[in-house]
Write a protein that binds this ligand. Structure first.
Ligand code: CO
Length: 182
């Protein structure tokens, strides 16, 4: 038996976060294990959503649990190869965080509802409309699959406010890379 998957968070500005993620083609036991390990990383990091690039994977997978608690597993969402078909409703402003930007929070404008086409773990095609907080989480995680990040959605004022914290993330990334080479 192979060792259980143990993913680590990919942090800004890792270039993997800027890639447009590749479609999932195999709906097999490996995919189920990958999704489970993504949930584990998400819960361990106290997040409500996670996209595959944040776990170091170039795949169009997003997982979420708007309730944020592993005990409420009935709230878990698994969207494979998601496409947002439509966004509607009033645009709302809400403070978002992102596991790839530790300690950074910024208000982001998004439409209230989104209609998404995706596949489930068995490969079955599903269309579903999300609203409220679930819709916001899905739209945030979907951005990751397109290489779009919290920093791109921030107001200029928030970007300025977080200038130092963002610069520190860049420095840490460079330092870790330099360390990895030696
Ligand atoms: Co994020």
């Amino acid at each position: 038996m192979s060792a259980p998957l143990d993913f680590r968070l990919t942090l800004y500005p890792d270039p993997l976060l800027r890639k447009v993620s590749s479609p999932v083609v195999a709906f097999d036991a490996d995919l189920v294990a990958t999704v489970r390990a993504m949930f584990e990383l998400m819960y361990r990091s106290r997040g409500v959503g996670l996209a595959a690039p944040q776990a170091g994977l170039d795949l169009r997978i997003l997982v979420a649990n708007p309730a944020g608690e592993p005990e409420k597993s009935y709230e878990e969402l698994v969207l494979i190869n998601a496409t947002i078909l439509d966004r509607s409703g009033p645009v709302t402003l809400y403070e978002e965080g992102c596991l790839s930007f530790p300690q950074i929070y910024a208000e982001v404008k998004r439409p209230e509802r989104c209609k998404v086409a995706y596949q489930d773990l068995s490969g079955q095609r599903i269309e579903r409309e999300f609203e409220g907080f679930a819709s916001r989480v899905v739209q945030h995680e979907y951005d990751h699959l397109e290489g779009v990040l919290l920093v791109d959605r921030m107001s200029p004022a928030d970007k300025l406010r977080h200038k130092l914290a963002l610069a520190e993330l860049v420095e840490t990334y460079k330092r870790n890379r330099a360390g990895a080479r030696t």
